[in-house]
Ligand binder design. Structure first.
Ligand SMILES: [Cu+2]
Length: 219
């Protein structure tokens, strides 16, 4: 009885240890499941054979072994980022190129990454950067890194994404533009609200004048 309970627990534990694998661009080294909760899947140093990666209209292809998951992508512009802090800006905030979003589905998945719109200083044609994909499928945060050289003239190879299910990502630039849109939207709704409010006050003013008039007449 106890043994079968232990076996069931181990079975669940091994199923829960399924993670994710970045397929494109190539990660720093072969996937090591046990190291994925660690910085860059345990690969602490940048590789010399960097992937030449599109500055605009890039794609991340990965395999998810969890049915529901959250993913985001952070960027380091250091030549050899060796720790999580190397992916932060001077204010110690994550340099996000793809904002965290949640999606569903196991298997191959692709999402967009447009580094040219990330607004991160130093992200430009010819730059060496490192991306870290941060994934959480319910058993903690997991990390894989890819060392890149950005190019404005290459595009994603078609075979890199051929068998891929496209999913919608909330890129940081998309969020930034929707953020910049929403203040004007809320401003206009505030204006509308103010207009409605002043319209609503008019009858009160009129009523007050009528009362005054009535009071004057009564005198
Ligand atoms: Cu997992």
């Amino acid at each position: 009885m106890r043994l079968s309970a232990v076996a069931t627990f181990l079975g669940l534990a091994s199923a829960a240890s399924a993670h994710f694998q970045m397929q494109y661009p190539a990660p720093r080294g072969p996937f090591v499941e046990d190291n994925e909760p660690s910085f860059c899947d345990g690969y602490t140093d940048a590789v010399s054979n960097r992937t030449t990666f599109p500055l605009t209209n890039g794609v991340i292809k990965m395999n998810s072994e969890h049915p529901t998951w959250t993913v985001g992508v952070v960027v380091s512009t250091k030549q050899n980022p060796t720790a999580f802090g190397d992916f932060n800006n001077a204010s110690n905030e994550s340099q996000l190129a793809v904002n965290y979003f949640q999606t569903t589905g196991e298997g191959l998945a692709c999402f967009n990454i447009d580094l040219s719109k990330s607004g991160i200083p130093g992200v430009q044609d010819g730059a060496n950067i490192t991306i870290e994909v941060v994934y959480d499928g319910g058993d903690g945060q997991l990390y894989q890194c890819a060392d890149l050289t950005l190019s404005s003239t290459v595009s994603v190879p078609s075979n890199a994404t051929s068998s891929c299910k496209n999913i919608t990502s909330a890129e940081s630039n998309t969020t930034a533009s929707s953020t910049s849109t929403s203040p004007s939207a809320s401003t206009s709704s505030t204006k509308t609200g103010a207009a409605v409010g002043s319209m609503a006050r008019v009858p009160g003013v009129v009523a007050g004048l009528l009362v005054l008039t009535g009071a004057v007449l009564a005198l």
